[in-house]
Design a protein around this ligand. Sequence first.
Ligand code: MN
Length: 213
Amino acid sequence: MKRYHLPQLPYPYNALEPYISEEILRVHHQRHHQAYVNGANAALEKLEKHLKGEIQIDVRAVLRDLSFNYGGHILHSLYWRNMAPPGKGGGSPGGRIADAINNVFGSFQKFKELFSTAAKNVEGVGWTALGYDTLTEDLIIYQIEKHNVLQVAGVIPILIVDVFEHAYYLQYKNDRSSYVDNWWNIINWDDVEKRFNNALNKGREAFSIEILL
Ligand code: MN
């Protein structure tokens, strides 16, 4: 089995200020994300030893650990890339992703309101995502609880926001709403558009089932 590693951030720790402080970004990347990488690798280690007959494990518990920690690793790796320093990030999307957002949600403003409401209302800890559904070939907004619950099969996430308290508490205390509102100033729309185009080009062949009328 392969092993995971912590990716470098594509910008310095202070690059997202004033919207996300240097302290938050450093702790979030170096401690929290690293912990998910370590947790996922530890689960793989257990599975390998179990397969070799060296240890007995609670398979259900280890697979749950793997789903949570590997999910955290994937989502954080995407979250960092989805953001860019103010000036480069923020504003509104262009190109095919802008057209798709308008087609599905009516307008960028309506999309923004729905996505923000979803993010502010994730129950407990989790994420909100904009994804490309390879089955319907539409965009879809969905909430993720923890790093792995409420995921939608067949959907490739292209824009996500972390609403675990560790993503904002040091700066915003319990005011998740202000954190989500400010996060729009550092969205890297070039990255989102690139992911959307990749999903359009490569994603539709991933599932060979029919679900639409
Ligand atoms: Mn996080």
